[in-house]
Write a protein that binds this ligand. Structure first.
Ligand SMILES: Cc1cc2nc3c(=O)[nH]c(=O)nc-3n(C[C@H](O)[C@H](O)[C@H](O)COP(=O)(O)O)c2cc1C
Length: 349
């Protein structure tokens, strides 16, 4: 099959991957209502182009939290890249560097953060605050030393979402030989100890964000904001950016599509900090719609895993270049010179 789109790529990845690994990557919580809603939302909004604007070239580049990116698409944090390809997060980070964008490493990465930053990729680190606050602080120091440029705190996971595909497949742990490498601690003898399990902290609250704010000078991105009042509070508590996210439909099911949640959050934020969005981005026109509704940039989760599964680093590069070409074409057809110029005038809801 000729692979022409991100959706084609997902089909090829499904054929290549072990079915339980495919389901782990593809699946969502409960009835997967949110999972479907994220993608479907883009089909419900139309684009109304402007014509005869004489736009010969488009500019897709911008800076987010001081990090230059060549297109408004970053790599959202997803766990276990070595389950998709033996090169795992190294391949993803190298692809991000080649395409000129940010790689957000998951805390549940199967590659140590030090090896990831050595690739030269602009790297942000996603953190689940752990009940052992000493361990959390040690990890923050570790990612600072490794050269990460921002901390992405995932706030939508006080408990773990229930993913019935995984329960049905008996997918409860990583296969032999793979581990969450950032959950190891360096022993006095200079060797890495066993990997801890990631714990979810039900009593996490705004004071934890304050503590992180005091702990580090890295910009904090709060990921998993879906309510405008929480967007407001996040800014009051020092967030440097927000990510509107429902965890790709993997946590609370029936949360609306992130695209539908975005306008109220963008209104509440009113340009004070960058607003990112992830969930269901599969086309350049999706990026146009998210930017038109107030996103500075978007994150992609599953498409990166499909690229990795099909062709490692080259597969992830293909995903980013496909989105770049589609976004550029969509902007040209809409009559806009850059994503930053888009506003709701281009949309018909
Ligand atoms: C397999 C998988 C693993 C994920 N792991 C994490 C994670 O470790 N931390 C996190 O904050 N989000 C995680 N996410 C959520 C993504 O960061 C992102 O919100 C979501 O994938 C975006 O939706 P999309 O896959 O439709 O692009 C994961 C998503 C998937 C699909």
């Amino acid at each position: 099959m000729a692979v022409l789109s991100l959706r084609d790529l997902a089909e090829v990845a499904r054929e290549r991957l072990d079915p339980a690994a495919y389901d782990y990557f593809a699946g969502g919580a409960d009835d997967e209502v949110t999972l479907r809603a994220n993608e479907d939302a883009y089909g419900r909004i139309g684009l109304v182009p402007r014509v005869l604007r004489g736009i010969a070239e488009r500019r897709l580049d911008l800076a987010i939290l001081g990090c230059p990116v060549s297109l408004p698409v970053v790599i959202a944090p997803t766990a276990f890249h070595r389950l998709a390809h033996p090169d795992g997060e190294l391949a993803t980070a190298r692809a991000a560097a080649a395409a000129g964008t940010v790689f957000i490493s998951s805390m549940a990465a199967t590659t140590r953060i030090e090896e990831v930053t050595e690739t030269g990729a602009t790297t942000w680190f996603q953190l689940y605050v752990q009940p052992d606050r000493g361990f959390t602080e040690a990890l923050v120091r570790r990612v600072e030393t490794a050269g990460c440029r921002a901390l992405v705190i995932t706030v939508d996971s006080p408990v773990f979402g229930r993913r019935e595909r995984d329960l049905r497949n008996g997918f409860v742990d990583l296969p032999e030989g793979l581990a969450c490498e950032n959950l190891r601690e360096l022993g006095r003898d200079g060797t890495w100890g066993p990997a801890r399990d990631i714990e979810f902290v039900a009593d996490l609250d705004w004071s934890d964000i304050d503590r992180l704010r005091e702990m580090t000078d890295l910009p904090l991105v709060l990921k998993g904001i879906t309510h405008p009042d929480d967007a407001q509070r996040a800014i009051e508590h020092g967030a440097a950016a927000l990510c509107v996210s429902n965890h790709g439909g993997r946590q609370l099911d029936t949360v609306p599509a992130t695209l539908d949640l975005l306008p109220a959050i963008a209104h509440a934020v009113d340009g004070r900090v960058p607003v990112l969005l992830d969930g269901g981005i599969r086309r350049g026109t999706d990026v146009v719609k998210a930017c038109a509704l107030g996103a500075s940039a978007v994150g992609i989760g599953r498409p990166v895993l499909w690229g990795l599964a099909v062709d490692g680093q080259r597969g992830v590069e293909w995903v980013l270049e496909a989105l770049r070409a589609e976004l550029d074409r969509a902007l040209a057809l809409c009559g806009y010179a850059s994503p930053g110029e888009l506003d709701s005038a281009v949309l018909r809801c």
